[in-house]
Design a protein around this ligand. Structure first.
Ligand code: URA
Length: 300
């Protein structure tokens, strides 16, 4: 019997063949060849750029020009081999003159990405630049507002940052991109289990308590809701979003319970406050506490 990775490689190759002969949008008319993307079928990390440039159009491979060389250096700096990740683009044919792809071209190409993701099941998706960020996170998303922080949506982590090509034109963007890659590494470490966020602030977990009396999270009621407060001052900046904090909270609390298939923790309400109890957004450096209302869901 074929291993899942072999099945996955075949499924990815089928999608790649379709992409290479695709005529769904006018971009196919001027391409030398389409660029489906590359990487192993079990890659836990997926990078999505904008679209092929001149070099990529000639070679049929993603990120092999100047921006690709910077991406390789960034990956090297966080000790992630390029061969371990899957790299692709929002559109797979080079837009003439490297212009931004039009929304209808993005819409025509997106189903290929959805299909590749359903084979890859990446645990972390890194969006390189505004085009990929809008295509995957929504057209109203501003890169500057979401970059450098983990978002938890649809059962996986999303992390947006600048496009390497933009960093080649600006030293300050290059520094910001490097810093974002360090944050991406922390996210990946937590997701791969090589770093335990509960250790960032000794005792952070013990600050989880129930009202009216402090209670071990283990005793989380089988029915009903529980209010939890959590000291989040020590949480790494990459996780300073509501969706990421909610996910960490879910993991911490469920870890206190014997593993039960299908049991999850639903976060009904979540608020973050400073040391004086004033509401502040999670990314605010003064944010000190998270207050949540949760309940157990699923299970037998
Ligand atoms: N820029 C992109 O967005 N993708 C590539 O593959 C190369 C450059």
């Amino acid at each position: 019997m074929a291993s899942p990775a072999v099945d996955g490689s075949e499924a990815l190759e089928r999608i790649a063949r379709e992409i290479r002969s695709c005529t769904r949008c006018p971009l196919h008319q001027q391409r030398t060849q389409a660029v489906p993307g590359e990487g192993p079928a079990d890659a836990p990390l997926l990078f999505v750029g904008e679209g092929p440039g001149a070099e990529e159009d000639v070679q049929g491979r993603p990120f092999v020009g100047a921006a690709g060389r910077l991406l390789d250096r960034l990956l090297g700096s966080i000790r992630i081999p390029r061969e371990r990740v899957f790299i692709t683009n929002t559109v797979r044919c080079r837009p003439p003159g490297n212009r931004e792809p039009h929304p209808d071209e993005v819409a025509a190409c997106l189903p290929y990405l959805v299909r590749q993701m359903s084979v890859l099941h990446p645990r972390v998706v890194c969006l390189l630049g505004a085009t990929a960020t809008r295509a995957l996170l929504g057209s109203d998303q501003k890169l500057n507002q979401v970059r450098g922080r983990a978002l938890r949506e649809a059962g996986r982590w999303w992390f947006a940052t600048y496009h390497p090509a933009a960093a080649l034109r600006s030293a300050s963007l290059a520094n910001a991109l490097q810093e974002d890659f360090r944050r991406l590494r922390r996210l990946v470490d937590v997701e791969w289990g090589t770093e335990d966020p509960a250790r960032w602030k000794p005792g952070a977990l013990h600050k989880i308590f129930a009202h009216p009396q402090p209670t071990e999270p283990v005793l989380l009621a089988e029915a009903g809701t529980l209010r939890i407060s959590w000291e989040v001052r020590g949480v790494h900046p990459v996780f300073r979003t509501e969706s990421a904090l909610a996910e960490l909270l879910r993991r911490f609390v469920l870890r206190q319970r014997p593993a039960e298939p299908g049991v999850g923790l639903e976060v009904l309400k979540l608020e973050t406050t400073d040391g004086s109890g004033r509401p502040v957004p999670p990314e605010n450096p003064d944010c000190a506490h998270l207050h949540a209302e949760v309940r157990l869901v699923g299970g037998a």
